[in-house]
Design a protein around this ligand. Structure first.
Ligand code: AMP
Length: 466
């Protein structure tokens, strides 16, 4: 098996890798590093958790070490674009970690903080700039940052950029980068628009590397789906935490307000929780992450976008309070646990209204997610004690959906109240589009005929309404 020492990386990098205890490259690293070291463009189909950050950071740092020179003032030699502040911060950290024995200068630029510090940091010119698109574009327009010195351009999480409406800003930014450059393009998925963007900004013959961690990630995670009526979710979540095994847990919600509500509800039953999403200030997000990493709060409640790229080891459980509208997000979410070779557990709540989402998820992840089975799932102990055996398989087929036609639109409205809120990062939908859908739906899955969920009284007062 290839070792880092076989890859002819610069000595300071090998030392830093040894400090980290990394000896063996991950598949994407083994496939990408030699080509990128040689200056080739790269199209990498990979998601977080595959080691893709080091797959680009190491060969880039190697090239910087081999050719030391000062970046032009207000500019950089390497530009990495990242969709979120958290991911940008983590990428910068990785560059600092791997580059610590070679004196590399790294700056991060993102929105939500003052401009002054970013301008001062950029003034002398830096080796590596990691930026989110919106703020970088502001700096370019104000001429407080220039991209004239860029030799290597990395676009990370391109599909996420698309979801967040960043494609136009990216096209504008690319116009500021010299054509003569190395380009590394990463995306977890390759929808047509992303393929087009890739072909626009990559050179003619990029090295293509595709790693599909889904299978391995999915296999390593002990997954269960819990069928539960929408109004019971809050109580069920609280009950999960009666189990001490739920040590370090990420709970996913579809909306920002949902994340706040769930975190507040947990706090009310004595479970320390913090929410992170796009409406939180940078300081709040960093504090929440630090507390979670330090074990001061047991639960991080997050939206998909806020959680994307967050790298926290030893997450014991991932709970999907709402199923995601986009089936691929299910796999991203469960990938937050079972990191670095560890096993992890993932629990997905599925209300009546979410059954079609579950079907999509099973189709896309090419698996049947087992439902809770009391005989085998002791770790869910208290919370599920009163659930039917074998997880309460639906007594009726999941299709057709009781609410009539489940269109893409009303899928976004699954989940009762939270359905009316916009999913973080989504553009507002056309007004009125969903108005016909709501009355057709049964409210919260309480209608007659179907599976009734755990036959247990809702412990009134456990979660106060707010
Ligand atoms: P990434 O996909 O870049 O988010 O990396 C996922 C995690 O894997 C991070 O915690 C990295 O520090 C870690 N990692 C990256 N490369 C290696 C490696 N070769 N061996 C062990 N861990 C690694």
């Amino acid at each position: 098996m290839t070792q880092f020492t076989d890859l002819a990386l610069a000595k300071p990098l090998l030392r830093a890798l040894a400090d980290e205890g990394y000896a063996t490259p991950t598949p994407i690293q083994a496939q990408a590093i030699p080509g990128v070291m040689a200056g080739r463009d790269l199209l990498g189909i990979a998601q977080t958790g595959t080691g893709k950050t080091a797959a680009f950071a190491l060969p880039i740092l190697h090239r910087l070490a081999a050719d030391k020179r000062q970046a032009p003032r207000r500019s950089c030699r390497v530009l990495v674009l990242s969709p979120t502040r958290e991911l940008a911060t983590q990428i910068a950290e990785s560059f600092r970690t791997y580059g610590k024995h070679m004196g590399v200068t790294v700056t991060v630029v993102f929105g939500g903080v003052k401009y002054g510090g970013q301008m001062r940091a950029m003034a002398p010119g830096v080796d590596v700039l990691v930026a989110t698109p919106g703020r970088l574009l502001d700096h370019l327009q104000e001429k407080t940052i220039s991209l004239e010195g860029v030799e290597t351009f990395v676009l990370d999480e391109a599909d996420q950029m698309l979801d967040m409406g960043f494609i136009l800003p990216i096209r504008r930014i690319v116009k500021h980068i010299p054509r003569q450059r190395q380009t590394l393009f990463f995306s977890a998925t390759m929808p047509a628009e992303i393929e087009k963007l890739g072909s626009e900004i990559l050179g003619p013959d990029p090295l293509k590397v595709s790693v599909t961690p889904q299978a391995t990630t999915v296999e390593k995670v002990n997954q269960r789906v819990l069928f539960v009526e929408q109004p019971r979710k809050r109580a069920l979540l609280a009950e999960l935490f009666d189990d001490a095994g739920f040590k370090r847990v990420i709970v996913f919600t579809r909306t920002k307000r949902g994340a706040d509500r769930v975190a507040r509800g947990l706090e009310q039953v004595g479970v320390d929780a913090a929410a992170i999403h796009g409406d939180k200030s940078q300081g709040q997000r960093e504090r929440a992450l630090a507390q979670f990493k330090a074990g001061e709060v047991r639960v991080l409640v997050a939206t998909d976008i806020a959680a994307r790229g967050i790298d926290i080891d030893a997450v014991s459980h991932v709970v999907q309070y709402d199923l995601p509208n986009v089936p691929e997000a299910y796999v991203h979410r469960i990938g937050r646990t079972a990191r670095a070779g560890a096993d992890g557990s993932a629990v997905a709540f599925c209300s009546d209204d979410e059954r079609n989402l579950l079907k999509d998820i099973e189709r896309v992840s090419r698996q049947r997610i087992p439902s809770f089975d009391r005989r085998n799932d002791r770790q869910l102990g208290a919370a599920t004690a009163a659930m039917p055996d074998v997880g309460g398989k639906p007594e009726r087929p999941a299709q057709p959906h009781r609410g009539g036609h489940q269109t893409k639109h009303n899928r976004n409205h699954a989940g009762g109240k939270t359905g009316r809120e916009r999913q973080e990062g989504q553009q507002p939908r056309s007004a009125g589009g969903g108005q016909g859908a709501a009355p057709k739906r049964s409210s919260g899955g309480n209608g007659g005929g179907g599976f009734k969920g755990p036959r247990r009284e809702n412990r009134g007062g456990v979660w106060s309404n707010h």
